[in-house]
Design a protein around this ligand. Structure first.
Ligand code: UDP
Ligand code: MG
Length: 323
């Protein structure tokens, strides 16, 4: 596969007009020093400040900028996702627009992808310049994600990452999924995931765009991708199995209760009304839950049968000598 550029730099940004000129100048300097061919892809995520004007000024008389602007603020994942669609470089590097990530890391990241054969390399902000209220939850977040995903990265949420082009074309981002690109990549079979310690700088201009709610949403997203990655293609295996077990349990409890009633009646042993026994209500709940889960699995399976036709399996290579 031939790529028109060695590097695509994808930068999602939201209200970063102060940082942009410095950032773009710095990237251009690094690119020139290493004589890379490159494109800078700027996705303005519906900024309300002068970011778009600044981007326009920066692209006057230059051919290295490709920029899109959202009509409203959709979030960082949306920005990255559009950037990934546009990226034509052999290596795709994402970074934040706020100058917290240093463009000086680009040559090494590029080398790790092209020479050392990594599918993706994630930056690790080993020494951070963030307030404690952010670094402590971040540690927890990383530990949980490591455990769920089995990927041994220290810093999942670092904005500075490098990918082989085909990796970013394979991952589908939605919600706040940008935090889990390594997990999505691994799920698509890109298992050579590396890590590089990168310099982290304090935010120079503007303010952070994410508050503490990032950790709650991040965790919920982790649950959904874990679930989706495991059962997307076969929801019935999950819902069906649990639903059926639950139904069976209820069924046997009911059977037992009816049997007991008849037996005791026959033997003239005094017997409580079925409706007087807690077990009866447990059986009812378990039966209903079972049927519900089974139905949920069935519906998911129905919806899936359409997407199966779409066939989103990722094909690594192909031989076709029929032409
Ligand atoms: N960002 C974005 N859309 C948003 C929020 C943030 O494109 O809705 C961009 C932001 O401009 C920056 C990057 O995502 O380039 C990371 O955001 P920020 O620096 O605020 O996050 P933090 O460094 O605090 O994790
Ligand atoms: Mg930042």
């Amino acid at each position: 596969m031939n790529y028109p550029f060695q590097i695509s730099i994808v930068i999602p940004l939201y209200n970063e007009d102060e940082s942009l000129p410095e950032l773009v100048a710095w990237i251009r300097k690094v690119m020139a020093e290493n004589s890379f061919t490159y494109e800078i892809i700027l996705i303005d995520d519906g900024s309300s400040d002068k970011s778009w004007d600044v981007i326009n000024q920066l692209s006057v008389g230059q051919s290295d900028i490709l920029a899109s602007r959202f009509n409203r603020n959709y979030g960082k994942s949306a920005g990255l996702s559009i950037g990934f669609k546009l990226a034509k470089g052999e290596v795709v590097i994402t970074m934040d627009a706020d100058l917290q990530d240093s463009p000086d890391e680009i040559p090494d990241l590029y080398k790790m992808i092209t020479m050392e054969g990594y599918d993706m390399v994630s930056g690790w902000k080993k020494k951070r310049y963030d307030p404690l209220s952010k670094t402590i939850p971040t540690k927890l977040f990383n530990a949980v994600t490591r455990r769920f995903s089995g990927i041994q990265l220290n810093d999942f949420n670092c904005g500075l990452k490098a990918y082989k082009n085909k990796v970013i074309k394979a991952v589908e981002l939605y919600g706040e999924m940008h935090r889990y690109i390594p997990v999505l990549a691994k799920w698509n079979g890109f298992v050579k995931i590396g890590e590089k310690v990168v310099e982290h700088r304090p935010r120079k201009y503007g303010v952070t765009k994410f508050g503490l709610e990032r950790f709650l949403y991040g965790f919920l997203d982790l649950l959904s991708i874990t679930f989706v990655t495991k059962f997307k293609k076969r929801p019935m295996h999950f819902f069906g199995a649990w639903g059926f077990s639950s139904f069976l349990l209820g069924f046997f409890i009911t059977l037992w209760m009816v049997g007991e009633k008849f037996y005791k009646a026959k033997m003239n042993i005094p017997v409580r009304d079925v409706t007087d026994q807690p077990l009866f209500y447990i059986a009812l709940v378990v039966l209903i839950v079972g049927v519900q889960m089974f139905l949920a699995g069935y519906l998911a399976e129905l919806m899936n049968s359409d997407s199966h036709k779409k066939n989103d399996y990722l094909i690594a290579s192909q031989i076709d000598k029929t032409l």
